[in-house]
Design a protein around this ligand. Structure first.
Ligand code: FMN
Length: 261
C-alpha cells in the first residue's frame, strides 16, 4: 500500500478508478483463505441491484489514504470484510491498512462505511480486527451506515453473512434514499438477438454434442449423447397424504445401456 502525500497514480488510486467507472461502492477485503474475498465480491456484485455499482478491492493494492476523499464522491460507501488471525491480527493483505488506522490520525469525516468481520469463536481474540476497524473508523470521523456484522466460522459463517446482508441492503438503501430497498430486481445478463439468416440444418436445439442426436438416436449413449428412454411406468406409490413418491420405469431396450443397482 502506498502511503505518500505525492499525487497518486491511477493504478493505486481507488477513487480515480471509482470515478472513471461510475462506481460509488467499494468493498475491501482482508482475507487469507478466500472467504472474506468471496463475501466482498458478492456485496460488490449485488450493488448493481440497488443502483450502487461496486468494485472489490485488495487494500494492499491501493492507497488507503484515498478514504479521506471518499466524501467527495456522491452516495459513496466503503465496506470492509475483514478476517482475524493469530493474536487478533489482520490478514497479510490488510496489515498496512490496519497499521495506518492504528498509527495515523487521518480525518475521515464524511466517509460512509460498514464492516463485516470473519472470525471463529473458539479463538481468544474473536473478530478483533473487524471490531477494532469498525470502532476506529468512527473515531476518525467516519459515519457507520450499517451496524458491525460478525461471522463465526465455528458455527455457520455463511448464515451469519446472509443474515447481516439481509439487513445491510435495506439499511444502505434507506440511508442513501434509494427506492426499492430489498427488492430482488433481476439483472439482465443476456441479449436476445433474432437470427433470420440461420440454416435450420445447422441449428442446435438442445443437443449436447451431435446435431439432431435427439432425432437420430445412435449408441453409444452417455452424458453427451443421452438416450431418450420412453417412460413405461409412472405411478404414485403413496395413497393419500401430502407426500409423494413416484415409481418410474424407463424402457432402455435396444439402447445397449447397462446399469448396476
Ligand atoms: C490459523 C488460524 C488462526 C485464526 N485466528 C483467529 C482469531 O484469532 N480470531 C478469530 O476470530 N478467528 C480466527 N481464525 C478464524 C478465521 O478468521 C476464519 O476462519 C475466517 O473465516 C477466515 O477468513 P478468510 O478465508 O477470508 O481468510 C483463525 C483461523 C486460522 C486458520
Amino acid at each position: 500500500m502506498a502511503m505518500s502525500s505525492t499525487p497518486q497514480n491511477t493504478e493505486n488510486s481507488f477513487i480515480k478508478k471509482l470515478k472513471a467507472s461510475g462506481r460509488s461502492l467499494i468493498v475491501f477485503y482482508g482475507s487469507q483463505t478466500g472467504t472474506g474475498e468471496e463475501f466482498a465480491g458478492r456485496i460488490a456484485k449485488e450493488g448493481t441491484r440497488y443502483r450502487l455499482k461496486g468494485m472489490v478491492a485488495d487494500p494492499e493494492e491501493y492507497d488507503m489514504e484515498d478514504l479521506i476523499q471518499m466524501k467527495d464522491l456522491p452516495n459513496s460507501l466503503a465496506v470492509f470484510c475483514l478476517a482475524t488471525y493469530g493474536e487478533g491480527d489482520p490478514t497479510d493483505n490488510a496489515m498496512d491498512f490496519y497499521e495506518w488506522l492504528q498509527n495515523g490520525e487521518a480525518d475521515l469525516t464524511g466517509l460512509k462505511y460498514a464492516v463485516f468481520g470473519l472470525g471463529n469463536k473458539t479463538y481468544e481474540h474473536y473478530n478483533e480486527v473487524a471490531i477494532y476497524v469498525d470502532k476506529r473508523l468512527e473515531e476518525l470521523g467516519a459515519t457507520r451506515v450499517v451496524e458491525l456484522g460478525l461471522g463465526d466460522d465455528d458455527a455457520n459463517i455463511e448464515d451469519d453473512f446472509i443474515t447481516w446482508k439481509d439487513m445491510f441492503w435495506p439499511t444502505v438503501c434507506e440511508h442513501f434514499g434509494i427506492e426499492g430497498a430489498g427488492e430482488d430486481v433481476s439483472i439482465r445478463q443476456y441479449k436476445l438477438t433474432e437470427h433470420t439468416d440461420s440454416v435450420p440444418e445447422r441449428v442446435y436445439t438442445g443437443e449436447v454434442a451431435r446435431l439432431f442426436s435427439f432425432i437420430n438416436q445412435r449408441p453409444p449413449f452417455d452424458l453427451k449423447n443421452p438416450y431418450l428412454a420412453p417412460i413405461k411406468v409412472n405411478r404414485e406409490l403413496n395413497k393419500g397424504g401430502d407426500r409423494s413418491c413416484m415409481h418410474i420405469e424407463f424402457d432402455i431396450e435396444g439402447s445397449k445401456i447397462r446399469y448396476d443397482v
